[in-house]
Write a protein that binds this ligand. Structure first.
Ligand code: SF4
Length: 367
């Protein structure tokens, strides 16, 4: 275990639910609930004692600005007052382009946020509207320009591929438009059609790309991002040199993190556990103790075998790779010979081709 830890804050509020969203987030919450939730997060910060230094803080959601910019800044202040932050502590805030203006971005920057993760998803307004996003591409461009003008040097954009009703040309244009915005990091996810979402109800009406098209879109993304100076450092993540998400790297390296808020996950004291995904219940239990809103007590301490397997599974998601046990070395050599990555000094590191079939590779290694 290192002497550092990451903190995650889940802010489960949005202006409106996107049609594909299965995350724990609620639209149209009252100011009263937001204030109570904010106070519950402050209580959790107060309860949380650690000698470890905080190396990253991540506000995710949901849409964190919907909690209120002043409240977000007050949380950052409380974190800085309570804990020791590493010199270059990465503080990320997820934003939706429609939910922040120049003033809000300035306030966040002044409070100490130094990285933004912007949900852009596509440059095509027709598609954005089709999947229920509340912003246009023009909103996204303005948001990035505003963020740069108030000093944000580390900006990530989310892209969704395998979207419905989009031809190849439109998809390629969307990716090149987003690259042209000059962001430093891109996370690219294929659209998942989750049961219970409005998109699921429309799954037989809309036209979705088949598996081959989805694969072609992912290949295009990998190639064009590489051509534009991004390294493919994790299955879904691409970064310009030095702009890898340190928060996520900590997850993939099996580092410790504590999740604050309803539905937040933690890996702490050797246990993986999560908090109740219900704002009211979370607020109620936040008065009792740090762990009361979570299933910490029921969670088992991970065995060495489970930890080793997690290290392999998570490590193989990244270009750093994972140390492969002796019994799987022949498999790792074969995977490297087939061009899916490199196997050197006992470490198998997949490349973009390997990432595409990483599930099967991980399953083979873990047999
Ligand atoms: S903004 Fe994000 S969290 Fe909120 S509904 Fe849309 S996808 Fe879900």
């Amino acid at each position: 275990m290192t002497n550092n830890i990451s903190l995650y804050f889940h802010i489960p509020f949005c202006i409106k639910k996107c049609d594909y969203c299965a995350f724990y987030s609620i639209a149209n919450q009252s100011e009263e609930v937001k204030q109570e939730y904010f106070e519950a997060l402050l209580r959790q910060i107060e309860f949380f004692d650690t000698n470890k230094h905080i190396k990253t803080v991540y506000f995710g959601g949901g849409t964190p600005p919907i909690l209120g910019i002043e409240r977000l800044c007050a949380l950052i202040k409380a974190i800085k007052e309570k804990f020791v932050l590493t010199d270059n502590c990465e503080i990320t805030v997820e934003i939706n382009p429609k939910t922040v203006d120049l003033g809000a971005l300035r306030t966040l920057k002044a409070a100490g946020a130094n990285r933004l993760s912007v949900g852009i998803q596509s440059s095509c307004d027709r598609i954005l509207s089709l999947i229920g996003r509340i912003h246009t591409f023009e909103d996204a461009k303005k948001c990035i320009a505003d963020a740069r003008s108030c000093g944000f040097k580390n900006i990530s954009a989310d892209i969704i591929f395998a979207l419905p009703e989009q031809n190849e040309e439109e998809f390629k244009k969307s990716v090149t438009d987003i690259i042209a915005m000059g962001v430093d990091h891109i996370s690219a996810y294929s659209l998942q059609i989750e049961e219970g979402t409005p998109l699921y109800l429309k799954r037989n009406v809309l036209h979705f790309p088949d598996e081959d098209n989805e694969e072609a879109q992912y290949s295009f993304l990998c190639d064009i991002l590489k051509e534009n100076g991004f390294s493919h450092y994790e299955i879904s993540s691409f970064a310009k040199d030095g702009f890898e998400s340190r928060h996520n790297l900590n997850y993939w390296a099996c580092g410790e993190y504590f999740g604050f808020g309803a539905g937040a996950h933690s890996f702490y004291n050797g246990k993986r556990f999560s908090a109740v995904a219900n704002v009211n219940e979370f607020i109620e239990k936040s008065y009792i103790s740090l762990f009361a809103p979570t299933d910490y007590e029921q969670a088992e301490i991970l065995s060495q075998k489970e930890l080793d397997e997690e290290r392999i599974m998570l490590g193989l998601r990244t270009s750093k790779g994972a140390f492969i046990p002796k019994k799987a070395e022949e498999t790792a050599k074969r995977i490297a010979t087939l061009g899916y990555g490199d196997f050197e000094n006992g470490i198998l590191a997949l490349n973009s081709k390997g990432f595409r079939v990483s599930n099967s590779i991980i399953a083979e290694i873990l047999i």
